[in-house]
Each structure stands twice: as C-alpha cells, then as structure tokens.
Design a protein around this ligand. Structure first.
Ligand code: NAD
Length: 335
C-alpha cells in the first residue's frame, strides 16, 4: 500500500463529480482517473480537476497508482464497474444501493472477497451525527426494547423526474432508511406490506410514493414513507425523519431544517449544509466523512462501517417492497 492511495471514479453525474472533487481535495488521497460512458463528462472533469480521462472502464480501474475505485453509475449499473475494479485488485466504494438485484449484490460481494479487497456501500446517512446518535443510544439500551420505528424521506419533484425513469423511489430513497432502521435497531426487517400511488410521475411511469408497513425481528413494527414529489417551492429539498420508540425511551433524527435559512423577495430556502456544503474553499459534510472513513479503512486495514451483508440486506428489503406492491400482500424476508 502506498502512502497516498490513488482513486478512480466511474460515472460522473451529480455524485461522481463530488467524489472526484473529494478524492482530489483529501490530503490522504489523490485523484488519478475518471471514466463515464459519456466521454465529454470524463474529459470535462479531468480538465477541471487535473487527472486522466480514461477511454474505457478497464483503463480507468487499471491505471497506475489506482488503489480505490468509487462507483457512481446509475443504481442498476453498479455490478460491471464493481466487479472490474475488484478483479483489478482495487478497493471498492460503491454508491447506494449496492445493486438493484440480489444476484448483482452477490456477484459484487463475491468478486471483492475473491480479490481480497475492501467493499463499502455509500450509505452516507451513517456518517450523519444525528443518525449516529440514534444508533448509539439504541445500541446502549437507552430506549429499552424497540417497539416502533418510523422513517420518512421525501424529496422535491425534480428528484423524481430526474431519477424516476431509471430506478424506483424505494431503491433510490427508501434504501437509505431501510439500512438505517436495521443498523440503528440491530434487527432485520422480516416482513413488509407496501402500497404505492402514481399521479405526478404517471407519464414516466414511476411511483410518486411508496408507503410500507413492516415487522422486525424481536416483534417491533414500523412504517416507512418514501416520496419524491413534494413541491419544487418547498424551502428544503429533503424532508427526512427517523424515530425509534422503545419500552423505556425514544430517539429521533430530524433533517431538512438545518438551522440556516436564506430568503429573497421570491422564495425562502433551507439548503443542505449537513451532507455537502462549501466551507473555506473545500467541500464538507457527511459525504466527505464517508470518503475519509473508507481511506482510513484501506490504510489501516480496518473493516468499513457498512458491511457488505448490511448493504445486501437493504437491497433485499427494497426488493421485497416491490414484490409486495406486485402481489398486493405481505412479503416475508428470511433471516
Ligand atoms: N448518497 C446519496 O445521497 C446519493 C444521492 C444521489 C445519488 N446517489 C446514488 O449515486 C449513484 C449515481 O447517482 P447520480 O445522481 O450521480 O446519477 P447521474 O445520472 O447524475 O450520474 C450517473 C452517471 O453515470 C454514468 N454512467 C451510467 N452508466 C455507466 C457505465 N456503465 N459506465 C460508466 N458511466 C456510466 C452516466 O453517464 C452519468 O454520468 C446512484 O447509484 C444513486 O442512487 C446517492
């Protein structure tokens, strides 16, 4: 292992551009190569950040000095890049969800195990102190036995219009909370029953919202609200909440109103300052902490905070939610 591992980024949309910038900004890493199926995107990022625009996936992951590959392609296109990176002996940091099918999850996990490289899925909420505090309190037994869990993740319609044609609100948004619920409580979700509605995005076609009622190992019950059609004019583009009620206490994380507001004559805004925000010419927030954590795991040979099994389990539950929508009834998930 070299002192300052090189990184490659595959897929240079909204998230990939952020990863590329962070790998370049972090003192511990350097950005070596970037690749996107749209060549101009890779060329633009390479020009701006001073790295190589690779002409192919193999060239990007195989470039000299690359030790970490972050995969930021669309949800359903994670497998090919993750497997190629692992086969080239690179550590893999892949955006959430790990994949959209269990078959793809298993192929990625298997390739990383065989190559002996680290694999972490970017469940970035695990690097948000509000959720970490919930986890730590529940894990320390401070709420007693978990009785009820509620999670909400609602985004503005622009998000549904942008992502709706490619994936579902359960895989894009719900998977964050599915992972959080199982991580915070330490219990798997064992049964789901879901309902959906499509009006705003019916022409795509995509669900506007999916509401899921679930049961967990140990008997707790919960509800998961995922929606990506809240009005464009909303002051905050994300409205998210998680609450755990136990036999002796309660914890809650509330996102969306981060304590900073800006208003003009036309509109008021509460921008994200928790996950990605500019401060003193660098990008700060939970995404940066996630990348720093992964590099530390690589350099110190530690297990990443999000295990492959946890990431797979989140995909399994999201897939069960879709099975429930199709069948119209509850779906059991084996433990
Ligand atoms: N952690 C979060 O909060 C968060 C937020 C948004 C998106 N995401 C996740 O990040 C990933 C990317 O999302 P995005 O919003 O950046 O999407 P995006 O559409 O903005 O970017 C995806 C990019 O991948 C490229 N691409 C697609 N297939 C490819 C392939 N086979 N090889 C190389 N490049 C390919 C596309 O050309 C595009 O540039 C998704 O998995 C998404 O769920 C996570």
């Amino acid at each position: 292992m070299v002192e300052q591992p090189g990184a490659a980024v595959i897929g240079l949309g909204m998230m990939g551009e952020r990863y590329a910038r962070l790998w370049r900004e972090l003192h511990a890493t350097r950005l070596v190569s970037v690749y996107d199926i749209v060549a101009e995107r890779a060329e633009g990022v390479a020009r701006e950040l001073g790295c190589t625009a690779a002409g192919s996936l193999e060239e990007a992951v195989g470039a000299e000095g690359v030790e970490i590959v972050s995969v930021c392609t669309n949800d359903e296109a994670h497998r090919e890049a993750c497997v190629a990176a692992a086969q080239a002996g690179r550590h893999v940091l892949v955006e959430k969800p790990l994949a959209t099918t269990l078959e793809d999850c298993d192929a990625i996990i298997d390739a990383c195990r065989r190559a002996g490289v680290k694999l972490m899925t970017g469940h970035v909420c695990r690097f948000d102190p509000r959720y970490v505090k919930c986890h730590d309190a529940v894990t320390a037994g401070e709420v007693g036995e978990v009785v009820q869990v509620f999670a909400r993740r609602n985004n503005i319609t622009a998000s549904g219009r942008r992502i709706g044609p490619r994936t579902s609100v359960a895989f894009f948004l719900g998977v964050h909370d599915i992972d959080l619920i199982q991580w915070i409580t330490g219990r798997p979700i064992t049964r789901v029953c879901a309902e959906s509605c499509s009006k705003v995005l019916s022409s795509i076609p995509a669900d506007d919202t999916i509401m899921t009622v679930f049961r967990m190992e140990g008997g707790a019950v919960g509800a998961l609200e995922t929606c990506w059609v809240i009005p464009e004019g909303s002051p905050n583009s994300l409205d998210a909440r998680l609450e755990v009620v136990g036999t002796r206490g309660r914890v809650a994380a509330c996102l969306g109103c981060e304590g900073f507001e800006q208003a003009s004559a036309e509109r008021a805004e509460r921008p994200d300052i928790a996950y990605w925000t500019e401060m003193h010419d660098s990008a700060q927030g939970a995404l940066r902490r996630q990348l720093e954590h992964f590099v530390e795991c690589v350099l110190e040979d530690r297990a990443p905070a999000v295990s492959a099994e946890d990431a797979r389990r989140a995909v399994e539950v999201a897939a069960a939610i879709h099975q429930s929508l199709e069948s119209g009834g509850p779906v059991e998930i084996g433990t």
